[in-house]
Structures are given as structure tokens and as C-alpha cells.
Design a protein. Structure first.
Length: 297
């Protein structure tokens, strides 16, 4: 796996062990200790992922990992915790003329699932150089042209490798409003062998995902005029036809003079988007809007 490759290359990682059976899984936890993280080797958006703090969490986490993997039941990875200040996605472009980097993207995750991202994430020059060196090494080892979302943990000048996605990254959607060439444009240029020029950031910016909660196969969006009322905002609706549980269905984007200003603006935009099923009242909603109304009661 990629984690094994990174470790063999000498990249700093959290302690980890793979497990193909329940017995191996329990042995891995015993070796790494609590707290630890368990997730399927093939998963996305936090599905199948659990944080374990005590022995009582072991069996439920194994069951959830077997049910939540993208490829079904199978191998899991058990990871030890890293004491870090923040995590980033370093969008790394491998192309015919070499390697290029976007400004680092900071992000907020809830239950292993992306909810917000912003660019640039402030960090020391030393940490940035180490992050870029690490990202270049792992993406070159994987091979191919295109954009890679390299996820890293940082504490001061220290950097740890977390994982890499060989494609545009969900946290990188912020580049649709922060950069002249978004991650999607850069990916397209790279894989087609077209020139990848200077990656220019227009201004600080942020993204906030719209998370639908409920069950529906007919989603209707509202509040769009309010969501786009402020300057330098944008909205992308993903066109996902249904939801059963929780699902990201759109993203709100914003630019501002500062990252904090952009994050606040993106959240304001997200919070006024409504999600509904026209046939069944209350069947589905914008989770953040629901939380905001509950807080006001």
C-alpha cells in the first residue's frame, strides 16, 4: 500500500499496521495501543473509519470497517495518533516539465469527512519546504502525470505523511475560487501533456460543504439567491440524485482579504442553502441549517 511505500522511502509517518483478519486486527491494536484510528484500506469520506479510545470500541470499529469499505469487507489499517497542530492537503502536479505545487490547503474534518477547506494555510518556510519535498518524492514514486492530493500532518517545522489521492481532492475544491487555474484545470493540462504554467493564487479563499441529512431520491435546493448575495461567492451543486443518511451534495466558495474572512463568508453561504424533498416534508435537510435552528431554540 501507499503507507508502506512511504515508510520504505523513509518518509515520516504515524505508526501503523495492516490487518486482514479480526485476529490480526486485535494484535495490531495491542501493538499500537490506544488511542488509535481504524479504517478500511479502500475508503473515502470517512466511511468505515473509527477512533478507538478503549477496549469497548474494538469490536464495533471492526464491524463498521467491514461494512464501510469501498470494496466491501476486507483489510484494514490501524494507525497510531500523531500530536500535530494542523493538517494540510498539498496539491502536487506532476507534468511533462516537472513538478509544481499549489499553495497549501488547510481543512476541517468531522468524523474523517471533509467539511471545510481554505487556502493558503499559514506555515513556516521550513515546514513548507519539507512538505513539498515529501510530496514530490511520493508522487514521483507513484508515477504518472496529473494532480495528487498529498495529505500531511504538521507541528511547527515537523511534517508527517498521512496519505495521497492520485486525483483532484475534495479539499481542493477551494481552488475553483482561489486560483486562476483550479485543480481540475491543472489535472487536465497535466494528463494531456499541455503546459502547466505558474500556478497563481487570486486571493485567500475558503470552501464549505453542504451536507444533506435524511433519505430522499428527489433533492430540491433553495436559498440560492441568499447564498450568493455577498461579493466573491460561488456555489457548485454536485447533481447527486439521492441521499440515504448523510451526503455532501454541494459546496459554497468564497474569497476575502483574509482566510478567516473567507471561511466566515463561505459558512454564511452554506448555512442559508436549503435541501428538501418536494414530496415528503422533513425527509431531508441541510445538516448545518438544522443545527443552527436547534441552537436558536
Amino acid at each position: 500500500g501507499i503507507r508502506t511505500l512511504a515508510s520504505e522511502m523513509g518518509l515520516r509517518t504515524s505508526p501503523f499496521r495492516f490487518a486482514a483478519t479480526e485476529e490480526e486486527y486485535k494484535e495490531a491494536i495491542s501493538s499500537i495501543g490506544f488511542p488509535c484510528l481504524v479504517k478500511p484500506t479502500m475508503s473515502s469520506s470517512g466511511k468505515g473509519q473509527s477512533t478507538l479510545h478503549a477496549e469497548k470500541d474494538v469490536q464495533p470499529a471492526w464491524q463498521y470497517a467491514q461494512e464501510g469499505g469501498r470494496a466491501g469487507a476486507g483489510r484494514v489499517i490501524v494507525e497510531g495518533f500523531v500530536d500535530f497542530d494542523f493538517e494540510i492537503t498539498l496539491l502536487t502536479v506532476q507534468h511533462k516539465s516537472g513538478v509544481s505545487f499549489c499553495e497549501p490547503v488547510g481543512h476541517l474534518q468531522v468524523d474523517g469527512d471533509y467539511r471545510e477547506s481554505w487556502q493558503p494555510q499559514p506555515m513556516t518556510p521550513t515546514a513548507l519546504k519539507r512538505a513539498q519535498d515529501m510530496a514530490e518524492k511520493i508522487t514521483k514514486a507513484l508515477g504518472g502525470w496529473g494532480i495528487f492530493g498529498v495529505e500531511l500532518f504538521l507541528k511547527g517545522d515537523e511534517v508527517w505523511f498521512s496519505e495521497v489521492s492520485p486525483r483532484p481532492h475534495d479539499t481542493g475544491m477551494v481552488t475553483m475560487i482561489t486560483q486562476e487555474l483550479s485543480q481540475f484545470a491543472l489535472h487536465t493540462r497535466a494528463i494531456l501533456g499541455l503546459p502547466v504554467p505558474c500556478i497563481r493564487q487570486i486571493s485567500p479563499g475558503a470552501s464549505a460543504a453542504v451536507l444533506a441529512q435524511g433519505k430522499s431520491d428527489c433533492l430540491v435546493f433553495g436559498g440560492l439567491s441568499d447564498a450568493l448575495a455577498e461579493d466573491d461567492t460561488a456555489l457548485r451543486i454536485f447533481g447527486k440524485p439521492c441521499v440515504d443518511g448523510q451526503r455532501r451534495v454541494a459546496v459554497c466558495l468564497a474569497r476575502a482579504e483574509t482566510v478567516d474572512g473567507a471561511r466566515a463568508k463561505a459558512r454564511r453561504s452554506r448555512d442559508v442553502v436549503t435541501v428538501a424533498d418536494p414530496g415528503t416534508a422533513g425527509a431531508v435537510c441541510n445538516l448545518e441549517t438544522k443545527k443552527r435552528k436547534a441552537d436558536q431554540l
